[in-house]
Design a protein around this ligand. Structure first.
Ligand code: BJ8
Length: 418
C-alpha cells in the first residue's frame, strides 16, 4: 500500500518509530484514563494502517478524498458531495533541510511541517487525497501555497476574507459556491437539498458530541486529562465522522458516571489551565505534556483543534440550497481566527471559556513566526489581566530544544495560579 501511495519507506518507518515512542511515553503512562480512550488509542495505532486502507476502499467504491489544512474548509459541503474529508495534520518537523531550500527559515512550524511531510513522502493522508484544499488565511500559508501547488498537482486554493463585513460575507459565499462547483465537477454529481441537509446533520452531530465532552471538563476533579481530550479533538480530523461521534458520546457517558462518583483523571483541586492560541495538530503534544507533568490539568483548548474549530452548529432549517448555503456561510464566519481584524470575539470567547471551565490561568500558545496569534497575544493578555485572569504567553516551535526552558516557565506559572 505504501509503495502504491509513493511513500518513502525509510522515512515513513522512521516517522512511525518516533511517533510510537512519543505516544507510549506521553499517553500510555497516564494514570486513571477512562476506558473509552482505548478506541482513540486504537485509531492512533491504525492512523497509518487500517484508516488508510478504509479510505482506499472508499476511493475504490467511487468516493473522493479531500484533504485540507484549515477549519474554514466546510466538511458539510464535502460530505454532501459524497466525498470524505481528512485533515492534513502538520504537527511535527520532518525533512527540515529540504524544507529550508524552498521556504524561509523563519516560517512557522505548521507550514514547514506540511512541506516536510510532502518532501519527505511520509504522509499517507496527503498522498491518498484526490484533492488538497489550501485556504488563504495568514500570509505564511497563502504565499507558501504558491510553492506548494507546484508539488501537488491536485491542489485547490480557496480564498477567504479577513474581515466580517457584509462584503466579506458575500465573498465567502462566492468562495463556498465555487467549492461546491469544483466538487460537483470532480464527482459528476449535483448536490441536492437532501445531500446538504445530511452533510450538515452529520457534522452538527460531531460538533455536539465534542461540545458535550468540553462541558464535562468543567468538573473538579477533571474526568479526563487535557492530553486525552486534545487527542480526541485531533482525531476528529481523521476518523469516519459517524463512528467518531458514537465513540465520543460513549466516552461522555462514561465521564458522566465518573463525575457522579467524583473520580478524576487528575487530583481534585489540581491547578486548572486553559490553552489558547495556534492549533496543535497531531503529533504536537509538547506543551500539553509539559503542563500536565507539573500536576496541573488542561481544562480546554481555545484553538481550531478544540473549541474554536468546533463551536457553533449550522442551522439546517432552510428548505432550499441557497438558504442552506447562507447558514453554512454564517456558521463559518463566526470562527474567530486571528487572521481576522478586528477580532474582539476571540478575547470574549477566551474569557467565557476560562469562566465556564473554572480555569485558574490561561497559557497563550504561539508558534514562532506566527504573526496573527503572537501579535494578538498582547491584547489578549491585557484584556484578561483586567479581569484578574493570569496569563502566560509562550512562543515555541516543534523542536525539543526548548523543553527545559518551557518546563521552567510553566512550572513557575502553575505555582502562581495554584
Ligand atoms: S482558522 S488558526 S486552522 S488558519 S500557525 S499557519 S496562522 S503562521 S493555522 Fe489556522 Fe484556519 Fe486560522 Fe484555524 Fe499561519 Fe499562524 Fe502558522 Fe497558522
Amino acid at each position: 500500500m505504501w509503495t502504491d501511495l509513493g511513500l518513502n519507506h525509510d522515512n515513513h518507518n522512521a516517522l512511525l518509530d518516533n511517533l510510537g515512542q512519543a505516544y507510549q511515553s506521553i499517553f500510555m503512562s497516564q494514570e486513571n484514563r477512562p476506558e473509552g480512550m482505548s478506541y482513540f488509542d486504537f485509531v492512533m495505532s491504525e492512523a497509518h494502517g487500517l484508516r488508510i486502507q478504509e479510505l482506499r476502499e472508499e476511493q475504490e467504491a467511487g468516493r473522493k478524498i479531500i484533504g485540507s489544512f484549515c477549519v474554514f474548509v466546510p466538511e458539510e459541503i464535502i460530505l454532501a458531495a459524497g466525498c470524505t474529508a481528512v485533515g492534513l495534520c502538520a504537527g511535527a518537523d520532518f525533512a527540515q533541510e529540504e524544507v529550508e531550500k524552498v521556504l524561509p527559515r523563519n516560517t512557522c512550524s505548521l507550514i514547514k511541517s506540511f512541506f516536510g511531510f510532502k518532501l519527505g513522502k511520509v504522509c499517507p493522508y496527503m498522498e491518498v487525497s484526490d484533492m488538497i484544499v489550501g485556504e488563504n488565511t495568514c500570509d505564511g500559508k497563502k504565499k507558501s501555497f504558491e510553492v506548494f501547488k507546484e508539488m501537488v498537482p491536485n491542489f485547490y486554493q480557496m480564498d477567504l476574507p479577513q474581515t466580517k463585513t457584509p462584503m466579506a460575507r458575500h465573498m465567502l459565499k462566492q468562495e463556498f459556491k465555487s467549492f461546491v462547483e469544483k466538487l460537483e465537477e470532480m464527482t459528476g454529481k449535483s448536490i441536492s437539498v437532501e445531500d446538504l441537509k445530511q452533510g450538515i446533520a452529520t457534522v452538527n452531530a460531531k460538533r455536539k458530541a465534542l461540545r458535550r465532552l468540553s462541558m464535562l471538563r468543567a468538573a473538579d476533579p477533571a474526568p479526563i486529562s487535557g492530553l486525552d481530550a486534545l487527542l480526541i479533538n485531533q482525531i476528529a480530523f481523521l476518523d469516519n465522522p459517524i463512528r467518531f461521534t458514537e465513540k465520543v458520546n460513549a466516552i461522555c457517558d462514561e465521564l458522566e458516571l465518573l463525575i457522579k462518583e467524583t473520580k478524576g483523571a487528575k487530583k481534585a483541586k489540581a491547578p486548572r489551565v486553559l490553552i489558547s492560541g495556534c492549533p496543535m495538530a497531531i503529533p504536537n503534544w509538547k506543551l500539553p505534556s509539559i503542563i500536565e507533568s507539573t500536576g496541573a490539568v488542561i481544562v480546554g483548548e481555545e484553538s481550531c483543534i478544540g473549541e474554536r474549530g468546533q463551536r457553533n452548529l449550522t442551522d439546517d432549517s432552510a428548505d432550499n440550497l441557497d438558504g442552506l448555503m447562507n447558514a453554512i456561510v454564517d456558521r463559518y464566519l463566526k470562527i474567530d481566527c486571528a487572521v481576522f481584524t478586528p477580532n474582539q470575539e476571540r478575547v470574549n470567547h477566551i474569557k467565557e471559556m476560562s469562566q465556564q471551565y473554572n480555569a485558574d490561568g490561561v497559557i497563550h500558545y504561539g508558534l514562532q513566526f506566527c504573526q496573527p496569534y503572537i501579535m494578538e497575544s498582547f491584547s489578549v493578555e491585557k484584556e484578561l489581566e483586567k479581569q484578574n485572569i493570569s496569563v502566560l504567553r509562550l512562543e515555541t516551535d516543534y523542536s525539543q530544544e526548548d523543553m527545559g526552558q518551557l518546563s521552567t516557565r510553566v512550572e513557575a506559572f502553575v505555582e502562581i495560579i495554584k
